[in-house]
Write a protein that binds this ligand. Structure first.
Ligand SMILES: [Cu+2]
Length: 381
């Protein structure tokens, strides 16, 4: 009994600690975000936290009170309860309620799932995902129904013990095969499908290729397009500075025609093989193009790469989804700091001609500086 009381106190302490921690973190984020605006203390959320803590305290103290009453008076108000029965019934509520909630949630939130994949390899990923889901969802329901049925059944047949069968080779073999085959299929299929955005997808002979680079920094993406030569030029981190935000090495002719469009959005031509080179200037970020099922880390000091083929223009996708507001997006999928949410860009997929026209309005990043400065910079490499 006393041990239970201590356990209660320990639990309460832990919850209190977690609450204080959460409040401090929330406050720190708030301060980071509200640098410019006036920050006010959020009394509303503070009082809610206090209320939660008090509610939990009341529950624990009530339990403790009952324990003390039992100890000192010998009178147990719940003494005539059949505890096994209460437990069994509670488990039925948890089990059936949990399954019902899971089913309800799956359907309720279905409209929030990502729409049909807008890239070729993404459709293969979706097929694999659907296969796994159709396979595991019924298994999830069945296993849980069985689990809670056992609780119900063995409550009613309390006196029967479990029967141990130490070796049943047939059963073990069957279980091994039944588990191994689907796991091997899913793993092999997965390796093939998931490697496509990194290793696979060689462009067809008649297919156009667009190479661009996305450079992550706290808290924005800088995107560089290969110029008319179709090749991205060299860069070196030591050249980053001043106007040269990406550290391009302008002694490389391939870098001289590279284009850095302004920050707002990136444009991609439909049907072309897109190759995105990714790097980071500071911390770990992640290039995430959910509608194209493309996702790759931006690792400081390393260069990563993703490939995909956009299948539908933004206009076509809007028509498909019957949503005139729809836009593809590029996001950072790695919690990289306070303004992480800022690392979001609109992605416009359009025809090759529209894309060319959009790109042609920008001048190359290279503006011939005083050649002395350039020389000095490259010498430091
Ligand atoms: Cu980021």
């Amino acid at each position: 009994m006393a041990r239970l009381g201590w356990l209660g106190a320990l639990g309460l302490g832990g919850l209190l600690w977690a609450q204080i921690g959460a409040a401090a973190r929330a406050r720190a984020t708030e301060i980071a975000l509200q640098e410019a605006t006036t920050s006010t203390f959020d009394w509303n959320s503070f009082l809610w936290r206090v209320l939660w803590i008090e509610t939990i305290a009341i529950i624990f103290l009530s339990i403790r009170l009952v324990q003390l009453v039992v100890r000192y008076t010998g009178y147990d108000p719940f003494g005539d309860w059949d505890r096994d029965k209460v437990n069994m019934r509670l488990w039925m509520v948890v089990g059936l309620g949990g399954i019902a909630l899971a089913l309800w949630g799956s359907f309720k939130y279905a409209p929030n799932y990502l729409p049909e994949s807008a890239s070729a390899h993404g459709q293969a990923i979706d097929t694999l995902k659907d296969f796994i889901l159709y396979f595991t969802y019924p298994a999830f329901i069945l296993v849980h129904l069985l689990l809670f049925y056992m609780i119900w059944r063995y409550y009613h047949g309390r006196s029967q013990g479990a029967v141990y069968e130490l070796t049943h080779h047939g059963l073990e073999r069957a279980a091994l095969i039944a588990i191994t085959i689907p796991v091997v299929i899913i793993a092999a299929w997965g390796i093939w499908v998931w490697s496509a955005p990194v290793h696979g997808q060689v462009a067809r002979a008649d297919q156009k290729t667009v190479e661009l680079e996305a450079v992550a920094e706290q808290f924005q993406w800088r995107v560089r397009y290969a110029g008319p030569d179709g090749k991205l030029g060299r860069y070196h981190y030591k050249l980053i500075g001043g106007e040269n935000v990406l550290g391009l090495d302008f002694t490389d002719p391939k870098a001289q025609d590279d284009i850095l469009p302004p920050l707002k959005e990136i444009h991609l031509p439909v049907g072309a093989q897109i190759i995105i080179h990714v790097r980071s200037k500071d911390v770990l970020h992640s290039l995430y193009l959910p509608h194209f099922r493309t996702h790759i880390y931006a690792v400081p000091g390393q260069r990563t790469q993703a490939k995909f083929v956009p299948l539908y223009t933004t206009k076509e996708m809007r028509r498909k989804l019957k949503d005139p507001e729809f836009d593809y997006e590029l996001a950072c999928n790695q919690l990289c700091g306070g303004a992480h949410y800022n690392m979001r860009m609109k992605v416009v997929v359009e025809t090759w001609e529209e894309y060319q026209q959009w790109l042609s309005q920008f001048k190359p990043a290279y503006t011939p500086p005083s050649s002395v400065a350039l020389h000095k910079n490259t010498q430091n490499l």
